[in-house]
Design a protein around this ligand. Structure first.
Ligand SMILES: [Zn+2]
Length: 402
């Protein structure tokens, strides 16, 4: 049974509260499997971006994809792949992970869980030492005609200029540190929307949020204009260019870039989200879903490839302005998404599968299903599912579809 079929057998109806309204969420098993479904779908979409290169010295032909996510969780490092359990987590070990937090649902979940712990620990340490924090969001105007790579570069350059501006330096002197997270959403009517959520920390009480937002807007607009961007102070009564809010703990800040918040079961949404969302903003995962549903020649697929190219090599979370603060608490000052994604924790080995069996399961898009088997019934269930769903004699499954 492929991941996509197995997920349909799971109960749905768990609800959680976000942004002041209850939204339906998947049950945890469906959510876990969904990551594998999205990764498989992303790998199908990036299939045309593999290239063959000939090694000049040996004449050997090598295949390489433009995107590292194409090989994530697909290539066993050894002759077997282990399935391990660590606390409540069950996962594969012995597979190369891409570490792309922007575009890989598996690596994003693993790495962002760590980032959330690290950021929560920093907030706690700041508050415990008598300090305070605010959350500052920076945005710039954009249209549906803007190219993401150009927009993202201009935005990042503007933010750098803003950070180095004289008026900002005075405010920065009051801070004990800052961290920054970049987020990108898309709306069919307004196009790509890169923006940044900063957390600013102060040694004592933080300045009044509204007054700080007022003071930051003019220098932010001036910096944005230097790079051809415009920004608005407010729109429909809400601050947009710069918004500042007090942050008592990390939860509200982290919710801003909880990348799985808007996942939903869209198997029924055959029209696709691009059509349904209209003016509303979509997360990149919603775009990916749409691209998988509509196929590699769809507008959503083109947008997804643009997104992969524009975000390549860029950091999601930056700790540059928090080094001294982190050091003062004895916390690590650098982040390595690739290392964190590939870090194999201590765990109990539940089962071991040969690279041949693994390849068969991967080709049938059943990696999520197999992990659920390991979770519910250990080795016996892994064997049963390998025999019943993924044996050599069973029909090879076609390419994944949502
Ligand atoms: Zn990955």
């Amino acid at each position: 049974m492929r991941d996509v079929d197995y997920v349909r057998t799971l109960p749905v109806g768990v609800r959680h509260v976000a942004d002041n309204c209850a939204i339906p969420a998947l049950d945890p098993a469906a959510l876990r499997i969904r990551r594998h479904i999205l990764l498989s779908g992303c790998q199908s979409l990036t299939y045309p971006y593999w290239r063959e290169t000939v090694d000049k010295e040996t004449g050997e032909i090598r295949r390489k994809s433009e995107f590292r996510v194409s090989v994530c969780c697909r290539q066993p490092i050894d002759e077997s792949v282990k399935i391990y359990r660590h606390d409540t987590a069950v996962g594969y070990s012995g597979l190369m992970r891409c570490g792309n937090v922007w575009a890989c649902p598996i690596c994003c979940a693993k790495v962002m869980r760590r980032r959330a712990d690290q950021i929560s620990a920093l907030f706690e340490a700041v508050h415990a030492s008598g300090g305070s924090a605010v959350m500052a969001t920076f945005t710039a105007a954009h249209t549906v005609h803007d190219d993401l790579a150009t927009l993202l570069d201009a935005f990042k350059s503007a933010k750098r200029a803003f950070t180095q501006s004289r008026s900002q330096r005075d405010i920065a002197a009051l801070r004990s540190g800052a961290l920054s997270a970049t987020e990108i959403t898309y709306s069919p009517s307004n196009g790509w929307h890169p923006h940044q959520h900063d957390a600013w920390f102060f040694r004592g009480p933080s300045p009044d949020a509204d007054r700080l937002a007022d003071a930051l807007f003019a220098p932010w607009r001036a910096s944005a204009e230097k790079f051809g961007l415009t920004t608005l102070a407010s729109y429909r009564g809400h601050r947009v260019g710069v918004d500042v809010r007090p942050a008592w703990d990390a939860s509200e800040y982290l919710a801003k870039f909880d990348r799985e918040r808007e996942w939903s079961l869209s198997a029924e949404m055959t029209a696709g989200r691009l059509k349904l969302s209209q003016g509303k903003s979509m997360t990149p995962w919603a775009l990916l879903e749409d691209a998988i549903l509509r196929g590699k020649d769809s507008p959503a697929a083109k947008l997804w490839i643009d997104y992969l190219r524009a975000t390549k090599g860029k950091a999601v979370v930056s700790l540059k302005a928090a080094s001294a603060l982190l050091k003062s608490f004895g916390m690590p000052t650098t982040l390595d998404d690739f290392a964190d994604a590939n870090d194999v924790g201590e765990g109990e080995v539940v089962g071991c599968i040969s690279d041949i069996s693994f390849d068969r399961v991967a080709r049938a898009s059943g990696l999520g299903r197999l992990l659920e088997a390991a979770r519910s019934g250990g080795l016996a269930e892994i064997d049963r599912v390998l025999q019943s769903d993924f044996s050599a004699s069973s029909n090879p499954q076609k390419e994944l579809q949502l």
